[in-house]
Ligand binder design. Structure first.
Ligand SMILES: *Cc1c(COP(=O)(O)O)cnc(C)c1O
Length: 388
């Protein structure tokens, strides 16, 4: 077997935990029923499994099970939230506020709405990646219907101040949506305390399967109206039709259950690994730490490197580690990361950046190997640069 690079790209996706897989397997074969079949045990079994995940997700964010709408992932949940609100509330107003560092699954639906005539305010971020709350407060208009600010950033790991944003939105009776794809299972989330009206979730960033996610839709104080984006059999109380994917839903529930049980200890362990990696790398000159130093995901380290070419850097790292520059979703393009340029970086620094996403299955030994190879790669590229 060939030696595979050390996986440090946990913001792109994570492997399915063996415990999650074990929980899923029976639902592909003997428990294969359709959760909408109400006349026999096959359907009841599937329905019971779906109900259990609904309860786990609701408890994880302090919602009720009826407020969970299953989707194919966070991309679909974001689309349903943003376009669903836009369509349901357009007579009230046609202005939406979001942030420059959002995932493309928020930015692109907003741009689509803009093409239909909606007005979109895109808030800048400060140098540490956080939004400025006074800036947010100033950008409301009488026609504002939605604010969408992510919980945890997928490139630089910063955690936006959800409770403060929720307070500002609820004072103005404007709906607050948050993309919590990177946050679920990793940081405490509470839709009541944080006054969140819509929240997008996904399983595959938290050791669950790909292709399953959910949208939390508030039912009381206020009751959020949503125009469905997929019509059909009226599943998920009409908000998202389609037969529920029971095995994936079971895996989603198990993944979140495990992550919550292990959250405190795991965050401690990941913080230590991240600090160890940063301590090693920052011995070099000209290494920038991207994003707020404390308000961040435990496993995220994002750096920009002076004096090297970004593509050459990633190429040099590749044999030893699986990392990204920017996000997986935009790495097919050659433009520098929109998140790093929003921090005010030059093009060179935005290009020459590395995102380390440390996760559940990484060890200290791996971090030491990664640090050693990254330092050697940077030193050698800088040496070459001075020779030409
Ligand atoms: C991964 C990710 C998404 C997309 O989630 P999918 O479930 O893959 O559709 C959306 N937003 C953020 C912040 C992400 O990290």
């Amino acid at each position: 077997m060939s030696i595979r690079p050390i996986y440090l790209d946990c913001h792109a996706t994570t492997p399915v935990d063996e415990r999650v897989l074990a929980a899923m397997l029976p639902y592909f074969t003997e428990k294969f029923g359709n959760s909408s079949s109400i006349n026999h045990v096959y359907g009841w079994e599937a329905e019971a499994a779906v109900k259990q995940t609904r309860e786990i997700l609701a408890a994880a964010i302090n919602a009720t099970p009826e407020e969970i709408v299953f989707t194919s992932g966070a991309t679909e949940a974001n689309n349903l939230a943003i376009k669903g609100v836009a369509e349901a509330y357009f007579q009230k107003g046609q202005h939406i506020i979001t942030v420059a560092t959002e995932h493309s699954a928020v930015i692109d639906p907003c741009n689509y709405l803009k093409s239909l005539g909606f007005e979109i305010t895109i808030l800048p971020v400060q140098k540490n990646g956080l939004i400025d709350l006074t800036e947010l407060a100033k950008s409301f208009r009488p026609e504002t219907i939605l604010v969408s600010v992510m919980a945890a950033n997928n490139e630089i790991g910063v955690l936006q101040p959800l409770a403060e944003i929720g307070e500002i939105c609820s004072d103005r009776q404007v709906l607050f949506h948050t993309d919590a794809a990177q946050a679920i299972g990793k940081i405490p989330l509470d839709v009541q305390a944080m006054k969140i009206d819509l929240m997008s979730l996904t399983a595959h960033k938290v050791y669950g399967p790909k292709g399953i996610g959910a949208l939390y839709v508030r039912r009381r104080n206020p009751r959020v109206k949503l125009a469905p984006q997929q019509h059909g059999g009226g599943h998920e109380r009409g908000m998202r039709s389609g037969t529920l994917y029971t095995p994936q839903i079971v895996g989603f529930g198990k993944a979140v259950e495990i992550a919550l049980a292990e959250q405190a200890a795991e965050n401690q362990r990941l913080t230590e690994l991240r600090q160890r990696l940063w301590k090693a790398l920052s011995q070099l000159e000209g290494i920038h730490f991207n994003g707020h130093p404390q308000n961040r995901l435990a496993g995220n380290l994002n750096i920009s490197v002076e004096g090297v070419d970004g593509a050459a850097l990633l190429l040099g790292l590749q044999p030893v580690m699986a990392v990204s520059s920017g996000s997986a979703c935009s790495s097919a393009t050659t433009a520098p990361s929109h998140v790093l340029t929003a921090l005010g970086h030059s093009e060179q620094l935005a290009y020459a950046s590395v995102r380390f996403g440390i996760g559940r299955f990484n060890t200290q030994e791996e971090i030491d190997i990664v640090a050693k190879h990254a330092i050697a790669t940077i030193q050698s590229l800088r040496k070459q640069a001075t020779l030409v």
